[in-house]
Design a binder for this molecule. Sequence first.
Ligand code: SF4
Length: 248
Amino acid sequence: MSALLLYNQPSPQFDARQAQAIALLKRVAEAHGPLTQASSLGAEDMVVTHLVHLAGIESGVFVLDTGKLHTETLALIGKIEQRYSRSVEVYRPRNESVIKFVRQHGEEAMYQNVALRKQCCDIRKMEPLARALAGKGGWITGLRREQSSDRAAVPDVVQEAERIKVNPLADWTWGDVWHFIARHQLDHNALHDRFFPSIGCVPCTRAIAVGEDFRAGRWWWESSDLKECGLHVQPATTSLPPSETSPA
Ligand code: SF4
């Protein structure tokens, strides 16, 4: 089933949201650069990459290649590089950490308990993320409030300990995301056509059934309040009003 046919249903606010997202990116780039975009290569992040292009701002884009990504996901790296004539930075976990962890706990450690799953995420995602964000004034994500109850309060901009985090799609609907993909003829992850709305690592992502929550296919064996890998869980943060994203 084509995700484009299924989900392309813009909200009445679509045009305004697109304009606001571009304006936000411009303001933040001027006040908080250098910026970089964290891309999971899912639908939202393909939209964000194109919004950055439309905004005409300077921003890197990086992917955390955990060593467990789907081939459908990895295939999008070359497509981004071709379309925008730019390189995508790929950060991988440290070999020695992965080998040690797998030797101790096995390839399927994530299913054993939450602590081991989080340890796997720390090694394969969090440590590479720290390298990707080093020296950056801000990072851009595709987080949306609609994605889960944990994300219902996602702000447009948040001041983290060391940098700013920008969520230009915070108020977008899933239908807005797919309308943007259709309107701008963006590539999308083929897994979306197979009922994977939220895409992560192979062992930790499955398709969802009709009526299931958006993120039901992520770490589905855990209770729903634990379903974050750490990338978007920051203990000391302050939401910023729009005026404070402007240059001083
Ligand atoms: S999502 Fe799964 S495979 Fe990927 S890093 Fe986390 S626990 Fe490991």
